[in-house]
Design a protein around this ligand. Structure first.
Ligand code: THU
Length: 137
C-alpha cells in the first residue's frame, strides 16, 4: 500500500475550525469542532451535537471518533480541537477516555484562536488511564 500523506498540524486545526461552524449547540451556545487524522491519512471531522435532554449531547471529539470508527478507521495519529472559550478548551474526561481506548498514543492539538494551537500527548491529558488491559482478571 502507498504511504499515506498527512495534513500538516495547521491544516488539521483549520479543518477543526471549519467543523466548528457546523456545531448544533442551541442549549450551551458553545461550539466545538474537531478533526481527527487516521493512520491511513483520512481525516474525520466532528462538531458537538446537543439534545433537549441535555445529557444526551455529544462532544465534537466523540463525533469525529465514532464517525471514523464507523468508516473502518482503527488507528489514529492526531486530533485537533477548536473552540473559543476562556483559555484553551480541552477535551472532557469522557472524550479523553474514549480517545485513549482507541488511540492511547494520540497527539492532541488544542486551538482557542484560529491560526494558533498547542500540542499535548493524550497520555499527559489522561494519566493513569483505565484501559482494556485492566479488564483481565
Ligand atoms: N464540548 C465539546 O464538544 N468538546 C469539548 O472538548 C468540551 C465540551 C461541548 C459539549 C457541549 O455541547 C458544549 O461543548 C458545552 O459543554
Amino acid at each position: 500500500m502507498q504511504k499515506p500523506t498527512y495534513l500538516s498540524d495547521s491544516e488539521l486545526v483549520a479543518l477543526a475550525w471549519q467543523a466548528r461552524d457546523l456545531a448544533s449547540a442551541p442549549y450551551s451556545n458553545f461550539q466545538v469542532g474537531a478533526a481527527l487524522t487516521a493512520s491511513d491519512g483520512r481525516v474525520f471531522t466532528g462538531c458537538n451535537v446537543e439534545s433537549s435532554s441535555y445529557g444526551l449531547s455529544i462532544c465534537a471529539e466523540r463525533v469525529a471518533l465514532t464517525k471514523a470508527i464507523s468508516e473502518g478507521a482503527r488507528e489514529f495519529v492526531t486530533i485537533a480541537v477548536a473552540a473559543q472559550g476562556k483559555g484553551t478548551v480541552s477535551p472532557c474526561g469522557a472524550c479523553r477516555q474514549l480517545l485513549h481506548d482507541y488511540a492511547p498514543n494520540l497527539r492532541v492539538l488544542l486551538s482557542g484562536q484560529e491560526g494558533k494551537h498547542t500540542e499535548h500527548p493524550l497520555k499527559e491529558l489522561l494519566p493513569l488511564a483505565f484501559s482494556a488491559e485492566q479488564l483481565s482478571k
